[in-house]
Every structure is written in C-alpha cells, then in structure tokens.
Design a protein around this ligand. Structure first.
Ligand code: URA
Length: 430
C-alpha cells in the first residue's frame, strides 16, 4: 500500500477501506509514514470528510494503537464523563463524588488545561499533596475502595491520536467533525469505561461555535461509542458565557466544594445535577434525581471528594476548610464601563484573561499559578451601573493585572435592553 494512493483517493472524494485506515494508523504510530503524507491526508479528509464507517474504523484503529485500560479488575459498572472543554468548567470535580456517593464507580483519566480552557488535573493539583500520577495497581485499588479516582494520562493511550492531533494543530486541520470525534472517542474507548457521557459545549468559549455543529459532533461521537459497544449519551450545553462564577484553579475547586454543599451558583448547580443524574441512569440506577439531592444534603458527596483527595496523597482538610487554599497576593476589582445590561461576555476572551493572570500555560511544561483567577459578580443578562464592581481578578504577579484587566473588559458588551436568556442545557443525543 502507498500513502500516495490513499491521499489521491481521498482527495478525489473516495472512501478509505478498513485496511487502508489500519495501514495509515499503524504507520503514524510507528512513525514510518512521512509527516508530509500524513498532513496531506488530513487536509484531504478535512475537505472531503469521512462517512460513518470510515470514522468508526479510524477511531477503533487509534484506540487500538497503544495501551488500553483494562477495568475488569474494578467490580460493577464503570462510568466516564468527558467535556469538550470550556471556561470555568469544573464539572468533573462535583459530578464524580456525587456519582460515587450514589454507588457507581468512576475511573477517570483527565487532562491538563489547553489554550483558553482549564483542565481537571491542574485544578486538583491546587490541593496540597494531591498526586495525579497514579500507578495502575493503586488506581484500581482506590476505585474499588472509594468508588472514584482521577488520574493524569500516564499510560500510552491512543498514541496515534497524539501524533495526529499535534500535526492537525499546526496544519489547520483540527476543525473537521470526523477528525474531532475520532480523536476524542479513541481516547475514551482506550480508557475502558462501560458508559460514556459527553458534555458537548457550544458558544464563544467552546470549540463548536454553533448549535448545529455541536449537535453534529455529538451525534457522530454517540454513534462511535455505541458502535464500539459502549453506552454513550451526549448532552449539549451552553459555553457562550463562563460556567459558574469562578475561573482559575483553586477558586474553581472551592466553587465545586461549595456546590457539593448545596451552595453553588445556579448554572453550575444545574449542570452538575443534570450530568450526575444522567450518569446514574446510564448505570441503571433508579430515582437518580432524588439520589443526587440526597447525597448532597447528607454530606456523602463531599465526603467522597475528601476520601479521594486523601487516597491520592492530598490534604483532605482543604475540602472542609477552603481557607487553606493558597491566596493570590494581588487582587483588583473590575468595574462596569457603562450603564445597562451585560449583553454578551465572550467566554474565550475571559479564559484568555485568566491565562494571562497565570492560571494557564503559554507553552507546554510552563508552571501554573494556582491562586490566579477571576471571580465574576455579574454575568450575561445582569443589569449593571457604570462603576459597579463586576469581577475580581487575582494573581501572584502584580504586573500581570493590567493586561488581564484590559482583556477581560474587551470580553464584555453592553445593551440598553435586557438580552434574551440563554438556556444552559440545550439538547441531548442518545
Ligand atoms: N479534543 C481532542 O481530544 N481532539 C480534537 O480533535 C479536538 C479536541
């Protein structure tokens, strides 16, 4: 088989066979295919697309390209959730203790922040001592004992995707539905859970900017998951404005803790409860909504988070006393520039402002300022008076405040009339 022929076939709108896709993915994994051949094929796929069968074959080949988590040593049904990424998205931190407190196990691999979006692993590391690098033996043990564990991706899961993603990132071929869907799902399939819940974000802070694109991506991923024998559901949710009121690392963990105590912001509370109940239903639990409320009000969900933190080497006192989290040395209050309503708060720009404060990385391997972040007092739809405090920004570096403030203010648009309310939960694909 020759890469030239595969590229020519796809360029002319042809369909790649399973053998051709397997040949390609094997060559990507063992690095025997030239980068220019891979890039040319990615561009041909970008323009010509792939059908359902091709997308499933690409996903399965990438999922099989490296190690796979064998979760059979964990008893019962294992569930996993995945968010396509957003700003202020600390949902995993609240959802998995709730689900575990209701008796369903979560063995989760999570990632670090990417661009303007945060990552669960970075957030958890703001708890003193918390270890995200967990050996497989210990990982299984913690899930079997406590029902939940969140680890960084230490295993060599879906290495073909790693290569392809890095190349797509620099050749303007990321934004193709089949390529995104196969990339995400190959990692989820290699992670081994029985049920996969996808939170597909849409809006200014998300990868998918329109509802139709988000729905198409959701459909594609659900088809792949079910086609591979995993129960898969996608919920499409708004990411046009940041989620909750806290954006950063430690302040997001604190907001998740408050939500587990029943004191979270309205939007984040709704999302947490909806996704938790959905995961429980997927695992066959009856009266899921009531069970979610019960483990929040009796403190069992919070206790699960503390148990996980302790099992992973962290100081569980942080969960019960959030004043222990490191505080930023510098704080600045941000004031509304006009009278009226906030008609739009561009979530991506808010995420960039937060990264500029030190909460994100400029390049791979940069260290993170856990105390940096943004606390929102007003969001899209709220009425404000000129000079009123709408947010507070935090950083360990005073010189980062000016640029971050300018960026944050550029995210905000005002109107004289009240804007239409945006729903948080927009759709579901089963
Ligand atoms: N996230 C992924 O893992 N892959 C993509 O292609 C896009 C987002």
């Amino acid at each position: 088989m020759r890469m030239y022929d595969l590229i020519l076939k796809k360029r002319n709108g042809g369909k790649l066979t399973k053998e051709e896709i397997d040949f390609f993915v094997k060559g990507v994994t063992d690095k025997t295919i030239e980068l220019y051949h891979i890039s040319a094929l990615m561009m041909a796929i970008y323009f010509q697309g792939m059908d359902e069968e091709e997308t499933l074959n690409l996903t399965l080949a990438m999922a099989d390209s490296g190690e796979k988590m064998d979760l059979s040593r964990i008893d019962g049904i294992k569930v996993d959730k995945h968010s396509t990424g957003g700003v202020g998205d600390k949902t995993t931190l609240a959802v998995i203790p709730i689900v575990a407190a209701c008796g369903v196990k979560v063995a989760k691999m999570s990632g670090r922040g990417l661009g303007h979006t945060g990552g669960t692993i970075d957030k958890l590391e703001s708890i003193k001592g918390f270890q995200t690098s967990v050996e497989p033996e210990k990982f299984f043990d913690i899930v079997n004992t406590h029902g939940l564990c969140v680890a960084g991706q230490s295993m060599n899961l879906a290495p073909a995707d790693k290569e392809l993603y890095a190349l797509r990132d620099v050749t303007a071929t990321v934004e193709n539905l089949s390529l995104i869907a196969s990339s995400i799902m190959s990692k989820k399939l290699a992670s081994g859970s029985d049920c996969i819940l996808l939170d597909v974000k849409v809006g200014s802070g998300a990868f998918m900017k329109t509802y139709d694109d988000a729905e198409n991506l959701a459909k594609e991923m659900v088809k792949i998951g079910n086609g591979a024998g995993r129960k898969t559901v996608a919920i499409i949710t708004d990411m046009d404005k940041p989620l909750g009121n806290a954006i950063g690392n430690s302040i997001e963990v604190i907001e998740a803790i408050e939500t587990l105590k029943g004191n979270g912001p309205e939007d984040f509370t709704l999302l947490t409860r909806t996704l938790s109940a959905e995961l429980l239903k997927m695992a066959g639990v009856k009266n899921a909504e009531e069970k979610v409320l019960e483990v929040i009000s009796n403190g069992k969900a919070l206790e699960k988070l503390a148990l996980m933190v302790k099992a992973q080497g962290g100081d569980e006192n942080y969960i019960y006393d959030t004043s222990l989290f490191e505080k930023a040395e510098f704080t600045r209050q941000i004031k509304a520039e006009k009278d009226g309503y906030i008609s739009h708060m561009n979530a991506e720009t808010v995420g960039i402002a937060c990264a500029k404060l030190g909460a994100g990385r400029e390049k791979k391997g940069d260290s993170i300022d856990f105390s940096a972040g943004i606390k929102l007092f007003k969001k899209t739809g709220d009425k404000v008076a000129q000079g009123e405090i709408i947010a507070e920004i935090y950083s360990s570096s005073e010189k980062k405040l000016d640029d971050a403030e300018r960026t944050f203010l550029s995210a905000i648009e005002y109107s004289r009339t009240m804007p239409d309310k945006i729903q948080l939960i927009l759709g579901k694909v089963e």
